[in-house]
Design a protein around this ligand. Structure first.
Ligand code: GAL
Length: 814
């Protein structure tokens, strides 16, 4: 049967009515990562659909406009930036995003929810010129209901971001910093954020899971629905099913709670991060209206002062690190691959726990933690009512804390990795009556949505004041207070304690009580991964008059045990040894000789060693030109009970290493170029070694990429690492040998950023022109939307060009 165009038009309303009545087969979640337009500054009328945005820049979301080069190509760092040292001398400000969204008539008639995972901060949202939402906190997810407000054809979403400086004690970034998605739903659907899947009990034989959700009916008449919940294993097999039928009132909703029993469940734990997917289907008259997939893990969780934190009955001491949310060369843009990489770097360095300082973690962070087996403390706030910075979230706390706590919990509660909720960090109200009352309110609010996880807070006070705060919490987080653990256990024997923040250089002192004191469940160093902002805290690089810490061009904290490019610094190796991870069971580093500052101002540090937020000035290098014949201090970290150091085969002595020596041995070695070798012995036999070789001049460029293929989805990232090596392939580390590179990306991808980890290098992160730091540089390549090869070249004067190829493959084939 054929119809004339005219007849087709006549049929259209009927088709629409049928589409509305039946709905398409299933709900959809569409990524809105592409095709955003960005305009800087206050732009009058930019919310209007007809506004001329043709000159705006096309950007991929997640996006941070604070890190972008200025229109004239100069880098964004500015000695006079209002956020100053806190913000890494980067600006906040106002920015606009617009996205044209074409909808066909059928989609325009459906239930639509625009989902922002985080917009930093104080965002206003318009649809086709009509104001539809405002959301203040920069780290929490929120949905905007667009149902019935869109039209068939072009719709314009406009977002105004109002990041007033100073808003934060670290670099927060600005804009659509986390993913944006559009949910396209039938009038009968599972309410977004309503799903909660939890483990009631779990043994090797049986896991009892409870799946809760709310079915929403936006239609004008009641519907009879059938909800089927299935637990699907990683192999795709369904291992448990539950069905429930019920009536949902017109324009109403109904809650369901289904019990599902899984025989011989593959339990989730840090060692075996097994995951399942809960597939919830809603049917009306046998027709599927919604399918919602929620990944989860089957695991139990308990915490007490006798047994510590137990997952499935087994104690896990928290080998933790704090992280901030920025991704260095991408700024605060929470690109999922970048967030996941940070988690993977930590896991590979032996950490098993993350404290998301001091804001809710992104979904990508939690997904990676679920997959890799990391335990997460998901934190709500850095301040409550009393501000820490003039324009921070304290302005909004009273009006918004409930919705922000709700968002934290619903976003995190299906992730097995999340083991605690933290209501705050070093909150000015802590220890007062008001502080206790707010903590109680926050905790009660959390309990409405999740009773399965303990609530904690990072507190930096001694007793007895801290007792006022800890009385409201399930678990006590101590910032920099290791000296209290013994004493306060005496007065509060049931208190579960951990170090929510510690200094890297005191790693031994902070880790030592864990395990020896059963009530101390772990230690989170400040920080595991370096970050933008709080410049110079890991170096104490002051101006000569001591007035300013980390003055411009400083832009990184330099406190991370893993640097911003992903390179482990000596502190990370020490921690691996303290934790007995076996990853690098013996490792040796050399102290920077006095008077040869690796970074300027280091000499000043000697006057205030107690302030340092990083380990001493140690380097993985035996290239110290100019130091010939002088003694250098070499530190060997070892899990083995004995170590021996050799220079060019000549023994410099054997040492016993253990708790008494804090798992390290110091040597003084007269410098001569050559090969420094540390050997670890167990039972008198060589069991591991570590080598440092003197490097010659840079002779080649070594290039590595972290993956061979990316999906051509406009979002996937590949990290390309460039290292200078000498003619023998020895890494070149000396600052004097650093080289300026030009990174070029051609083909099916683009350069998303490049950085070197040098805390004082305030040059562009986007231009691709960047100097190595200690012989190394990392470039980030983003897949485009077309499949094909991506060619990356890394060129520097006088050396053969470094090259690497990544293949962008169509999303379905990877
Ligand atoms: C702590 C604070 C962290 C960070 C750290 C290093 O007191 O909680 O957010 O500022 O100091 O400066």
């Amino acid at each position: 049967m054929t119809h004339s165009p005219r007849r087709l038009l006549q049929l259209l309303p009927l088709a629409l009515a049928i589409a509305l009545a039946c709905g398409p087969a299933a709900a959809e979640r569409r990524s809105l990562s592409q095709d955003w337009l960005f305009g800087a500054g206050e732009l009058a009328g930019a919310e209007q659909p007809g506004f001329d945005d043709s000159g705006w820049r096309r950007v991929v979301v997640p996006h941070d406009f604070g890190i972008m080069d200025r229109p004239d190509g100069t880098p964004p760092f500015d000695a006079k930036a209002v956020g100053g040292q806190d913000a890494g001398y980067l600006p906040g400000g106002i920015g606009w995003y617009r996205r044209h969204m074409k909808l066909d008539a059928a989609d325009a008639a459906r239930v639509l929810r625009l989902q922002f995972e985080a917009v930093y901060m104080d965002a206003d949202i318009w649809l086709n010129g009509t104001h539809v939402a405002r959301h203040r906190y920069g780290y929490t997810a929120f949905g905007v209901d667009l149902t019935g407000k869109v039209k068939a054809g072009d719709n314009v979403i406009a977002v105004r971001v109002n990041h007033v400086d100073p808003s934060s004690r670290w670099y927060a970034g600005s804009g659509l910093i986390r993913p944006v998605t559009l949910e396209v739903l039938d009038p009968v659907h599972i309410a977004p954020d309503s799903v909660f899947v939890s483990t009631r009990s779990a043994t090797a034989d049986r896991g009892e899971v409870e799946a809760r959700a709310t079915v929403s009916n936006r239609a004008a008449r009641p519907v009879r629905v059938e909800v089927t919940s299935q637990v699907v294993g990683a192999d795709g097999a369904t291992v448990a099913t539950a069905r429930q039928a019920m009536t949902v009132a017109a324009r109403g909703s109904a809650d369901i709670a289904q019990g599902l029993a899984v025989a011989q469940p593959k339990l989730w734990s840090p060692d075996a991060p097994n995951l399942y997917t809960l597939v919830q289907e809603v049917r009306v008259d046998g027709v599927v209206k919604d399918v919602r997939r929620t990944r989860f893990g089957i695991r139990t969780l308990t915490v007490d002062a006798q047994n510590g934190l137990r997952v499935n009955g087994r104690r896990y001491d928290l080998r933790g690190g704090n992280i901030h949310h920025d991704n260095y060369m991408l700024g605060a843009a929470g690109a999922p691959d970048a967030d996941a990489r940070k988690v993977a770097l930590m896991k590979a360095a032996g950490y098993n726990a993350i404290r998301s300082a001091h804001n809710p973690a992104s979904q990508a962070t939690l997904d990676a933690a679920d997959e890799l087996g990391m335990l997460v403390i998901d934190e709500a706030f850095d301040m409550w009512r009393k501000e820490k910075r003039a324009a921070d979230y304290a302005r909004f706390f009273d009006a918004n804390w409930q919705q922000d706590i709700d968002s934290l919990v619903v976003s995190g509660r299906n992730h097995p990795s999340v083991v605690m909720w933290s209501v705050g960090n070093e909150i000015p109200e802590q220890g007062s009556k008001e502080g206790a009352a707010i903590a109680r309110q926050l905790k009660e609010r959390i309990r409405r949505l999740d009773t399965t996880r303990p609530v904690t807070q990072g507190v930096n006070m001694d007793g007895p004041d801290n007792a006022v705060q800890f009385a409201e919490l399930d678990v006590a987080g101590y910032n920099y207070r290791v000296h209290l653990f013994e004493k306060e256990h005496g007065t509060h024997p049931q208190r579960v304690m951990y170090t929510s923040e510690s200094t890297s250089k005191d790693a031994f002192r902070y880790w030592d009580p864990v395990g020896r004191m059963p009530w101390v469940i772990g230690d989170f160093v400040w920080t595991a991964v370096d970050y933008i902002g709080e410049t110079g805290i890991g170096w104490m690089g002051y101006t000569k008059d001591w007035k300013q810490l980390g003055p411009y061009p400083w832009n990184l904290a330099y406190s991370g045990e893993i640097d911003t490019t992903g390179r482990k610094r000596p502190a990370a190796y020490y921690r691996q040894v303290l934790w007995g991870t076996g990853i690098d069971p013996v490792a040796a580093f050399v102290e920077q000789p006095a008077g040869t500052a690796d970074l300027p101002d280091r000499e000043l540090f000697a006057e205030h060693p107690e302030l340092d937020w990083s380990l001493h000035d140690l380097h993985p290098s035996w290239t110290w030109t100019g130091q010939e014949g002088r003694p250098l201090k070499v530190v060997v970290y070892s899990e083995f009970p004995e170590v021996e150091l050799f220079l060019d085969g000549r023994s410099l002595g054997r040492r016993s290493v253990g708790r008494a020596t804090e798992y390290k041995a110091d040597y003084s070695v007269t410098y001569a170029p050559g090969r420094l070798l540390a050997v670890g012995y167990r039972d008198g036999k060589a069991a591991g070694q570590w080598e440092l070789r003197t490097a010659g001049a840079p002779a080649a460029v070594q290039v590595q990429v972290d993956r061979a293929t990316v999906r051509a989805n406009g979002e996937d990232l590949a990290y390309v690492t460039v290292e200078l090596v000498d003619a023998n392939g020895t890494p070149v580390y000396a600052r004097a040998d650093d080289r300026r590179f030009t990174v070029t990306v051609r083909g099916a991808g683009t350069l998303a950023g490049a950085g070197n980890g040098n805390p004082m290098d305030a040059s562009s992160l986007q231009s691709g022109v960047r100097t190595t730091f200690h012989g190394r540089l990392v470039a980030v390549v983003r897949a485009g939307l077309q499949a094909g090869p991506i060619d990356v070249t890394l060129a520097t004067d006088g050396l053969p060009v470094g090259r690497v190829r990544v293949d962008a493959v169509s999303s379905s084939t990877r």
